[in-house]
Design a protein. Structure first.
Length: 213
């Protein structure tokens, strides 16, 4: 089974991808992970990516797709894979299609912007031991103080309200159009991501069971 997992920042797609990887016995292919691995291993496309990074440039779509193609050629992808973080744009989706990379289904973990903001802006991290909390879902015993080491709890820059809103704006502008793209191909599976972690996983598996793959 070849899948793409999509959703806004904070929707939980990375967590669900890892759960599905274990349950289905296929690897999760994360853009960030394969980029770092290609650079580390010195593959042909990895060397090109390293040169771009060292020059302070963004890694271009053709390099990202090239690194993805290298990774999909590994033996562990023979029976399928889960793509997490790619494609991010319509241009990347077109490039994947041109390279012959096809998928059976695209899972969209649907979470409202309001729920995303509540999830992300409520996260707190210990400045001492890096333990994580949430003001609503997993609060510390004493407000602002880590239960484990007594360190001060802080909010990461990525979790500041203005940062979260900007990331959502980018997602809606650049990535959300992919949902219509894959819906037209009859591959889109929408799942309610505002359920519990376990219920969301169950909904994804139920949707996949209905596919005749």
């Amino acid at each position: 089974m070849k899948l793409i997992i999509m959703g806004a920042p904070g929707a939980g797609k990375g967590t669900q991808a890892e759960i599905l990887s274990e349950k289905l016995g296929i690897p999760t292919i994360s853009t960030g992970n394969i980029l770092r691995a290609a650079v580390r291993d010195g593959t042909p496309v990895g060397r090109k990516a390293k040169a771009l990074i060292e020059a302070g440039s963004l890694v271009s779509d053709d390099v990202i797709i090239g690194i993805l193609n290298e990774r999909l050629g590994h033996e562990d992808c023979a029976n399928g894979y889960i793509l997490d973080g790619v494609p991010r744009t319509l241009a990347q989706a077109d490039m994947l299609h041109a390279e012959g990379v096809e998928v059976d289904a695209v899972i969209d973990i649907d979470v409202s912007d309001e729920a995303i903001e509540k999830r992300m802006t409520g996260r707190r991290t210990c400045s001492g031991c890096s333990a994580t909390y949430h003001v609503a879902f997993n609060p510390p015993a004493t407000e602002g103080v880590c239960d484990h080491c007594g360190g001060r709890l802080t909010i990461r820059k990525d979790d500041l309200p203005e940062t979260v809103r900007h990331r959502l704006e980018v997602y809606h502008a650049e990535t959300e159009p992919l949902l219509d793209y894959y819906e037209r191909e009859g591959k889109l599976l929408r799942v309610n991501g505002e359920q519990s972690l376990e219920a969301t996983t169950a909904s994804i598996l139920a949707a996949l069971e209905e596919l005749e793959i």
